[in-house]
Design a protein around this ligand. Structure first.
Ligand SMILES: NC(=O)c1ccc[n+]([C@@H]2O[C@H](COP(=O)([O-])OP(=O)(O)OC[C@H]3O[C@@H](n4cnc5c(N)ncnc54)[C@H](O)[C@@H]3O)[C@@H](O)[C@H]2O)c1
Length: 328
């Protein structure tokens, strides 16, 4: 992918995991990038300092100033709080940061005339779906405040399109995993709630990781999830920006692989890559965990010509482990 005119993309949350990976891929593809992040959960060192603007999404005037520095072609909006468990303890934090923060961003976009947006949505908008693999036609049915905050933003976007002509593509990611194959950036959440980095941590520290439940109605009793490599997610965002530039109407797409892996299968894949056993114990189920979440992403593949290239479990684990060793 190359860009003839050097289009400027504003990336919110670009100091975070998926945002920093996407920023690098945008730069590799020839885009100009400016990152807005308040560093509340991100990492300063993940962004070129010349591109970073430390601004809170809730600061509409601050966003307008960044958008006025140079013409922005499109916004990719990653910035949000992402911990499901935390959202069920302090939902106000999630509605404030994720919903009011997004509203502030869209307000700034309208004021500066930016009409294209790619939004980080999530499989959590579907809750406990009855039909798996999940299609985009599955109704919104979130079972936690985090998922509800994403539904609210998706719905706001429908009104902003109808009323202001702000077109958007919502990418509903399943489980983002892995790290930049060139080793530049990777996953570093604090607290970490994602399975693969928790397995790596157990290997490094020797402190057993707790796996939540092995009595689900799945072949080995553990939950099954659809892992998609962060580099493939990044390329989906670039394709989404290109599709909006070509005039594609607003849409929501699932971003997954259609292949699920159980917790035990992921554990085994990690053990094969790191070459030793992962210390772990089996705990009780975590409330609100659906047994099976797998995407049907045919629509993303057909409409945007998205081809996941790195999302096999071995590449995911190998790139993630290389990053884990580098980071520590
Ligand atoms: N990681 C996953 O598996 C996954 C799955 C589905 C959806 N998502 C979505 O993808 C997006 C990125 O996820 P991630 O894993 O990279 O998260 P992350 O926590 O690594 O990155 C989020 C970034 O947003 C910034 N941020 C948060 N609130 C902000 C605010 N008010 N103003 C400015 N910056 C703010 C943080 O500092 C951080 O750098 C999120 O919107 C998340 O909901 C992630």
């Amino acid at each position: 992918m190359t860009v003839s005119a050097r289009k400027r993309i504003l990336v919110t949350g670009g100091a975070g995991y998926i945002g920093s990976n996407t920023t690098l891929q945008l730069l590799d593809a020839g885009y100009d990038v400016v990152v807005v992040d308040n560093l509340s959960r991100g990492h300063r060192e993940a962004v070129d300092p010349a591109r970073l603007r430390v601004v809170n999404l809730l600061d509409t005037e601050g966003l307008v100033r960044v958008m006025s520095e140079a013409p922005v072609d499109a916004v990719i909006h990653f910035a949000a709080y992402i911990a499901v468990g935390e959202s069920m303890k302090v939902p106000e934090l999630y509605f404030h940061n994720n919903v009011a923060g997004s509203l502030s961003l869209f307000t700034a976009m309208i004021r500066t005339g930016i009409k294209k947006l790619v939004f980080s949505s999530t499989a959590a908008v579907y809750g406990m779906p009855e039909r798996v693999p999940i299609l985009e036609t599955e109704p919104y049915a979130p079972v936690n405040a985090y998922g509800e905050s994403k539904v609210m933003v998706e719905k706001m976007l429908q009104w902003f399109d109808q009323i202001h002509g702000l077109r958007s593509i919502c990418l509903r990611y399943f489980n983002a995993a892995g790290a930049d194959p060139a080793g530049r950036v990777g996953e570093s959440h604090e607290p970490e709630t994602h399975l693969i980095p928790l397995l790596f941590r157990a290997v490094r520290t020797g402190v057993p990781v707790t796996l939540f439940g092995d009595d689900y109605a799945t072949p080995d009793g553990t939950c099954i999830r659809d892992y998609v490599h962060v580099t493939d997610l990044a390329s989906a965002h670039i394709l989404a920006v290109e599709a909006l530039s070509a005039g594609r109407p607003s849409a929501g797409y699932n971003a997954g692989t259609g292949r699920g892996f159980s917790v035990k299968e992921v554990l085994q894949a990690v053990e094969e890559v790191v070459g030793c056993a992962v210390p772990h114990s089996i705990g009780p189920r975590r409330e609100g965990d659906p047994p099976l979440l797998v995407a049907n992403s045919d629509r993303l593949q057909q409409d945007l010509a998205w081809v996941p290239r790195y999302s096999d479990i071995t590449t995911i684990v190998k790139t993630g482990w290389a990053w884990e060793l580098r980071k520590n």
